[in-house]
Design a binder for this molecule. Structure first.
Ligand code: HEC
Length: 161
């Protein structure tokens, strides 16, 4: 009984599948939705958020959370370089490769070594890399700094231990 139910379910799926394929062919004149492509400013707001969380996690020696935020920042930058290799004549991909990535590598190293002082220095360098690119883009009015207070009081930055 059970077997027959399964079999009939499989058969009706196959029949539906064929019908669906036909529908697809008939409806192919409708253009597919354009793939989502991020806006550079949106990627940057993401970077700003991670930059902030990284600062707090590192300051409170939550090394795991800090490394997690480094990974997220790398993804933000990889997307920025991929979608906007050149943004208004600014070689975004090149600047990321030459400044941001080495700065992030240093941050990562300090986290692996659980080195608070090293983290602080690497984080300052990362912040300078952010601002150097904004200057190169003629947007020196976008200036980030090492954060002083948490605007996200809904997340716990201190590690459990
Ligand atoms: C390789 C170049 C580059 C790097 C590196 C870079 N930015 Fe940006 N950033 C830009 C550009 C270009 C814009 C303007 C984007 C636009 O207007 O679409 C921008 C815009 C911004 C904005 C404004 C977004 C808004 O809507 O208010 C913030 C905040 C920001 N960046 C933060 C950061 C932070 C934090 C870092 C470092 C962790 C960083 N950026 C690193 C190029 C860069």
């Amino acid at each position: 009984m059970k077997m027959r139910l399964i079999l009939s379910a499989v058969l009706s799926c196959l029949a539906l599948g064929a019908a669906c394929a036909e529908d697809g062919a008939a409806g192919s004149s409708a253009s597919p939705p354009a793939a989502y492509s991020p806006d550079l400013a949106e990627l940057m707001v993401g970077a700003q958020l991670r930059h902030f969380k990284l600062a707090f996690a590192g300051r409170l020696q939550n090394w795991d959370l800090a490394e997690y935020e480094v990974v997220q920042l790398r993804k933000n930058f990889a997307d920025a370089a991929h979608y906007f290799p050149n943004f208004q004549n600014v070689p975004v991909a090149k600047l990321i490769r030459e400044y941001s990535e080495p700065a992030l590598d240093d941050v990562s190293k300090s986290l692996k070594a659980k080195d608070s002082r090293g983290f602080q220095q690497a984080f300052e360098r990362l912040t300078e890399a952010c601002n150097s690119c904004h200057q190169a883009a003629g947007m020196s009015f976008i200036k980030v700094r090492v954060p002083t207070a948490s605007p996200f009081s809904n997340q716990v930055y201190k590690p459990d231990r």
